[in-house]
Design a binder for this molecule. Structure first.
Ligand SMILES: Nc1ncnc2c1ncn2[C@@H]1O[C@H](COP(=O)(O)OP(=O)(O)O)[C@@H](O)[C@H]1O
Ligand SMILES: [Mg+2]
Length: 109
């Protein structure tokens, strides 16, 4: 899926296929290597707790990274950013210019 150059990619996959895993890889590539500003959205804040731990583990070896625990936000040295946000209150999803928004468990939003 990552290698495909198609504009739209529609993939039928069930539970435990690796959708969240693919999302973590995607958002890290975009924010860290492509300097993109990204949001990771989940229906509730709690649903992103494991992803937050995993992302922090992945970037642990990198230098000059700023991690904000309260905002669950990672800033990379060249302008890339990942922020984990809950879609629970749509009014909170305003105000930032973004390059990528990844919706995990979108069916429950
Ligand atoms: N490419 C992969 N290699 C090894 N383990 C993987 C891979 N993709 C997913 N997994 C593991 O499989 C399990 C399910 O993956 P997950 O991304 O949570 O699936 P989904 O979001 O589609 O339900 C997790 O334990 C995850 O770490
Ligand atoms: Mg998942």
């Amino acid at each position: 899926m990552l290698d495909s150059q198609a504009r739209f990619k529609v993939v039928a996959c069930g539970r435990r296929w690796g959708k969240t895993e693919l999302g973590k890889t995607t958002i890290l590539i975009q924010a860290w290597m492509e300097n993109k500003r990204c949001w990771w959205l989940t229906p509730t804040r709690q649903m992103a707790s494991q992803v937050w731990q995993d992302l922090k583990n992945s970037i642990a070896p990198l230098k000059n990274i700023r991690i904000n625990e309260t905002e669950r936000r990672i800033d990379f040295p060249d302008g890339g950013m990942i922020a984990l946000r809950s879609a629970h209150n749509p009014d909170n999803l305003r105000g930032e210019g973004l390059d990528l928004v990844l919706l995990d468990e979108a069916a429950f939003m």
